[in-house]
Design a binder for this molecule. Structure first.
Ligand code: NAP
Length: 211
């Protein structure tokens, strides 16, 4: 598949981009600054400059799939985490892209239980996720717990009903989960949470409703 990574220079996005570059997929890395072109090329991807708050059609043109790993970092939740994501979904629909894998967040459905400072962000993510479910795209929504920079272990647990939401998971494992989900049939049309766990990523994605 020809895959666009939104947020390709982000911490998760760089892992996603290099995993895809080493796979059979072709990868295009979306960045909003020309200063990051060289870094994306070094990861093995074709860079494309596009800002989620502007026109992004050229970024998805010719792609079969999108991995959305971009994020505002809290400064522009409505403009980037919600509207920017929706802009990219709409461009993907217009361009006939089939697959869309979204990096969302644990607790996106229960913002009222989260610390006040995170509530707008979680609401923005939930609204973007909802729009994705209503889209023509074959979606997977991956909702990890707190991201860490520990080395990946290759082992996670997935669930639609985690009994606790305070766990964490390395960015590297989340990136591998997003890439594996692209072609994992059982994740299509599904939304699930991800924490570090005991199952291999492939096994955990065989049926995310049951692991
Ligand atoms: N932190 C957590 O514990 C946690 C937990 C669950 C889910 N998440 C989700 O995971 C996402 C990725 O995490 P991360 O650590 O990889 O974040 P990150 O390092 O901040 O990466 C975010 C990327 O998004 C890009 N971006 C921001 N605004 C953009 C725009 N308008 N147009 C195009 N690209 C834009 C940034 O580009 P620049 O380099 O130009 O800034 C950056 O490359 C977060 O944003 C969040 O939604 C985080």
């Amino acid at each position: 598949m020809h895959v666009l990574v939104a947020g390709a220079h982000g911490q998760v996005g760089q892992h996603v981009t290099s995993i895809l570059a080493e796979s059979d997929h072709d990868v295009r890395g979306m960045i909003r600054s020309e200063d990051q072109i060289e870094a994306i090329e070094e990861l093995g991807a074709e860079p494309v400059v596009a800002d989620l708050t502007e026109e992004v059609s050229h970024a998805v043109e010719g792609c079969d799939a999108v991995v959305f790993a971009a994020g505002s970092g809290g400064d522009a939740v409505w403009d980037v985490d919600r509207d920017g994501a929706i802009t990219l979904m709409e461009a993907a629909e217009d361009q006939g892209v089939e697959r869309f894998v979204m990096l969302s967040s644990i607790s996106a459905d229960t913002p009222e239980e989260a610390p006040e400072a995170l509530r707008d962000y979680l609401n923005a993510k939930a609204e973007a996720d909802e729009r994705l479910r209503e889209s023509d795209l074959t979606y997977t929504i991956v909702r990890p717990g707190e991201l860490t920079n520990e080395n990946g272990t290759g082992r996670i647990r997935t669930s639609t009903e985690l009994e606790r939401t305070d766990g964490d998971v390395p960015r590297e494992d989340v990136a591998q989960t997003l890439v594996t989900a692209l072609t994992a049939e059982r994740t299509k049309g599904r939304t699930f949470e991800v924490l570090s766990g005991d199952d291999t990523i492939e096994a955990a994605l065989e049926d995310p409703l049951e692991s």
